[in-house]
Design a protein around this ligand. Structure first.
Ligand SMILES: NC(=O)c1ccc[n+]([C@@H]2O[C@H](COP(=O)([O-])OP(=O)(O)OC[C@H]3O[C@@H](n4cnc5c(N)ncnc54)[C@H](OP(=O)(O)O)[C@@H]3O)[C@@H](O)[C@H]2O)c1
Length: 279
């Protein structure tokens, strides 16, 4: 008997963007427990040989076809790609969600608040963005928030780090190429660790949680200090730092929870993230 047979809920989960950094981490976390399907865009043997994976290009393919084949009870959206095409895809997902009593977990971003710079943001704060990316995330969030409450979970994320995260790999490449690493000295943010994030999403699935979740470290850090601490973990070399000043004043890009707090064992501090990355 496998773990999947033991699970009483028997969720069927479809992860859009399951070949990506966060989507794949979620796939590895949930795969042993639920019937989990995923999409990839870039052809790769690993996914082509996996019956649970479907090739999907948001700009060309109709997501509804994949939904009808997988018949998920939960869709986890961890996609990137053309913003207009993603918006249309999420409209189709919304139709499926309503028709089949399915749920969606949408990975959004702290950037939905990037027009507010004076404070950290909480779940019920009004979203407002000056960036194209933030605008796009707000547009999908708002479309999903019109659906029945119990069927929608919006997860807002700050920068996510992990041993194989693109951000850390980019730093390693910059170090070996003797390139500068950019820091934003005025940026105060919180951060996230990929392995804790996937546990948090597992908890949201298990407990059938819905609503808006701010999944970031419990404390705030300066971008330049956190980056320098990270660099010290991964190299002994003296790295050239390029300071990028976007404003003269401190600017917050942080998502903290006030209403939807997770249990203590699922919380993490920025220091604990550094300690995890040091292992
Ligand atoms: N990483 C972070 O720090 C962070 C922070 C806040 C929010 N987020 C959000 O989390 C989600 C996942 O981010 P990530 O960092 O894991 O991104 P990622 O590593 O770039 O993965 C993106 C995924 O989307 C797929 N994809 C890209 N273009 C596509 C297209 N045209 N059609 C269909 N699929 C396409 C990729 O497929 P292939 O790889 O197979 O091409 C991959 O599976 C995104 O929605 C992002 O906005 C991430």
């Amino acid at each position: 008997m496998t773990k999947k047979d033991l699970d009483p809920q028997k969720h069927r989960i479809l992860i859009l963007g399951a070949s990506g950094y966060i989507g794949n981490s979620i796939y590895k976390e949930l795969g042993p427990y639920f019937r989990t399907f995923g999409t990839y865009r870039t052809p790769k043997k690993e996914f082509e040989n996996n019956q649970q994976f479907f090739q999907y290009n948001v700009e060309e393919d109709d997501v509804y076809e994949i939904l009808q084949v997988c018949q998920p009870t939960i869709v986890i959206s961890a996609l990137r790609g053309d913003f207009n095409a993603q918006f249309i895809a999420h409209q189709h997902i919304a139709e499926y969600i309503v028709a089949y009593n399915c749920k969606i977990i949408f990975l959004s971003s702290a950037n939905v608040f990037d027009a507010y710079s004076k404070f950290p943001s909480y779940e019920l704060d009004k979203t407002l963005s000056h960036s194209i990316y933030g605008h796009f995330k707000i547009k999908i969030e708002n479309a999903l928030l019109r659906l029945p409450k119990k069927q929608v979970t919006i997860v807002r994320l700050p920068m996510v780090f992990g041993a194989n995260s693109p951000r850390l790999l980019d730093m390693k490449t910059a170090i070996s190429d003797n390139d500068a690493v950019e820091v934003f000295p005025n940026l105060i943010m919180n951060v996230m660790y990929d392995k804790k994030l996937t546990q948090q999403i597992h908890y949201i699935v298990n407990r059938n949680k819905s609503g808006v979740y701010h999944l970031g470290s419990t404390d705030l850090v300066h971008h330049d200090e956190f980056t320098k601490d990270l660099l010290a973990l991964i190299t002994k070399k003296k790295v050239v730092i390029k300071q990028v000043f976007t404003t003269n004043e401190d600017r917050y890009l942080a998502v903290l929870p006030k209403f939807n707090k997770l249990p203590k064992h699922l919380q993490i501090t920025s220091q604990e993230i550094l300690e995890e990355l040091e292992k």
